[in-house]
Design a protein. Structure first.
Length: 389
């Protein structure tokens, strides 16, 4: 199989496996005071230091979580609750309409259940929020905003947001960025970014599934979502998984050495090859800065689900967008927010490459695409014609 779905989850790294195997030999709860507990705590703290170094943070700013979804919920809800406690007027949550569902749905839950006012920012045709757009949104109610959340890079289109400029535009308002997709593909320096809170997930880096982190700047108030033993600065209670933390740290370090120029060249070769074969294919946000490994294309007259199944049968694994919507295939909210023709959007595919991708993977896609597009168009045309009768 040609695996072109690295944005959903990256193949686990050998360094990750080795680190986890070593850590598995350490038996003990990291919160216990005996020798075994202290040994497990050492694994956790060394992992925390490694992750902090990889992403420009202080070790004390690294809060371990179960992954990106928990980190996003903790950031959005925690910032909102903390700010409301200080000033009940702070009811506004300002976010982009192209956020991952972990941010969007957390914000919508706060709006539906707790009276938050959800403000969706204006974006351009490429899905980018400008600092001016954020400034204007905040100026509409300067004392009423609890938090701003704008992702560093989009998980579907790969479009990169101008995070330092946006964080500066947020000023004194707490700024969160979901960097799950950007981490490992772009240089992430938490200290220099200006963000107050930042989300990471290990499995996007070739680490284990089920562990992530929230980088939380010192002095930023955050109400916990989980209550219990008070681990992780009393922000995220729960027994720490030392083995997973070790795997995360190993992946974070190894990811710094990935050859992104090689990955981008493969991505460009894929796009050029598809355009040669299928001239009316549309490349999404081609003018914008994008992650090196993501190519999002739309195929007129096609249905993305049919394309996925046809490509899968031909040995090519990709996706129609985010893999995080319970396996449901529908037109993406990201593409809708970018005002793409909904008929065209029905034929969207995301190819995402990474460190294990090769020229053979690209060749496999190019062998399979013409037939898949032809058959998908024929099937969709038959459905449309049948509906007319």
């Amino acid at each position: 199989m040609a695996y072109l779905d690295h944005a959903a989850t990256a193949p686990i790294r050998p360094e990750t496996v080795e680190a986890m195997e070593r850590a598995r030999r350490v038996v003990g709860n990291p919160s216990s005071l005996h020798a075994a507990g202290r040994a497990a705590r050492r694994v956790v703290e060394e992992s925390r230091e490694t992750i902090a170094a990889a992403f420009g943070a202080d070790p004390a700013e690294v809060i371990f979580t179960s992954g990106g979804t928990e980190s996003d919920n903790l950031a959005v809800k925690g910032l909102y609750w903390a700010q409301r406690a200080v000033d009940p007027r702070r009811r506004r949550l300002v976010i982009s309409p192209v956020e991952h569902h972990a941010v969007l749905d957390a914000a919508r839950w706060l709006a539906d259940r707790q009276g938050a006012e959800l403000v969706l920012l204006d974006i351009d045709a490429d899905g980018i929020v400008t600092p001016d757009a954020l400034t204007a949104a905040l100026a509409a109610a300067p004392d009423a905003t609890a938090a701003v959340s704008i992702m560093w890079a989009n998980n579907e289109t790969g479009v990169v947001q101008p995070i330092p400029g946006l964080a500066a535009a947020a000023g004194q308002v707490s700024f969160h960025t979901d960097a799950v997709q950007a981490a490992g593909a772009l240089p992430i320096d938490f200290a220099a970014s200006g963000a107050a809170v930042l989300t990471l997930s290990a499995h996007k880096l070739g680490g284990p599934v089920g562990v992530g982190a929230l980088l939380l700047r010192r002095g930023v108030a955050l109400e916990p979502v989980l209550h219990g033993g008070g681990q992780e600065r009393d922000v995220r209670s729960g027994t720490l998984d030392a083995v997973a933390a070790a795997g995360f740290a190993a992946a974070a370090t190894a990811a710094q050495a990935d050859d992104h120029d090689r990955i981008a060249n493969l991505r460009d070769a894929l796009v050029d090859g598809i355009r040669t074969q299928i001239p009316d294919a549309v490349v999404t946000a081609e003018r914008a800065e994008r992650l090196p490994g993501i190519a999002h294309l739309m195929f007129p007259g096609c249905d993305s689900e049919a394309l996925l199944m046809l490509l899968d049968a031909a040995g090519v694994e990709c996706s129609a967008g985010s893999a995080c919507t319970a396996g449901v295939n529908r037109v993406s909210h990201v593409i809708e927010a970018m005002a793409v023709d909904p008929v065209l959007a029905r034929g969207a595919l995301r190819f995402s490459l990474g460190r294990t991708s090769t020229a053979d993977d690209v060749a496999a896609v190019l062998r399979a695409m013409p037939s898949a597009v032809e058959r998908s168009r024929a099937a969709r045309a038959a459905v449309v014609e049948g509906g007319r009768r």
